[in-house]
Design a protein around this ligand. Structure first.
Ligand code: PA5
Ligand code: NI
Length: 192
């Protein structure tokens, strides 16, 4: 791990950092229970286990004061009528926020608080999103032919709480309706 200030490049077309420590790959099998259309999910999984998204991280100590950062790449595709998306999470330390900067593609950040407030913000190249502390967040790629690439930064001590979302899902879904993305209520919210 670096002990002096450092730089690196994020260059198109793929925006993979010129240096990184971890490369995480999440496949369909990691998304059990997350997509509304469970029959479509099972049928796809029976055919293989496609790569849905990747994260390139620069490692830093997981302590307050450090900033964890990297790149998230959500590949295009649908599971049933739902666009490819990340698992999504609350931060374990709920009172920590996150900044996203969209480098490529078209998509949405789906967000909600434990109290039930929701927000869905469009992402496109050049757009910065500030995810307030307390808001769970999930990136959704709303294009069917292009990656959604974002740069993220969050506090070193934030941690990830995946379990809450795995149990209850997000209150809002982004689905393809007549070829266009639409934001709809999740009829299965709270029922894993
Ligand atoms: O910390 C973040 O919010 C991002 O780095 C995400 O971890 C990344 O986009 C992948 O999503 P998830 O961690 O929900 O699988
Ligand atoms: Ni986060």
């Amino acid at each position: 791990m670096k002990t002096v200030p450092f730089t690196f490049e994020l260059a198109g077309p793929d925006f993979v950092p010129s240096t990184y420590d971890n490369h995480i790959q999440r496949r369909l099998s990691a998304m059990k229970g997350q997509y509304l259309d469970q029959a479509a999910y099972a049928a796809m999984l029976a055919e293989g286990d496609p790569l849905l998204y990747e994260v390139y991280e620069l490692q830093r100590p997981t302590v307050a004061g450090e900033l964890l950062h990297g790149i998230s790449i959500v590949h295009p595709g649908l599971v049933g009528d739902e666009y490819n998306m990340t698992k999504g999470h609350f931060h374990e330390v709920l009172e920590t926020g996150e900044i996203y900067y969209c480098l490529k593609g078209r998509g949405f950040m789906v967000m909600e608080t434990p109290e039930g407030e929701t927000a869905v913000e469009p992402l496109f190249p050049g757009r910065v999103l500030y995810v307030l502390p307390r808001w769970a967040h999930r990136s959704v790629n709303a294009s069917l032919d292009e990656d959604l690439v974002t740069f993220f930064v969050y506090p070193g001590n934030a941690g990830h709480d995946y379990g809450t979302i795995e149990k209850q899902g997000f209150r809002k879904l982004v689905v393809a309706q007549d070829g266009e993305p639409a934001i709809v209520d999740n009829p299965r919210w709270g029922q894993p």
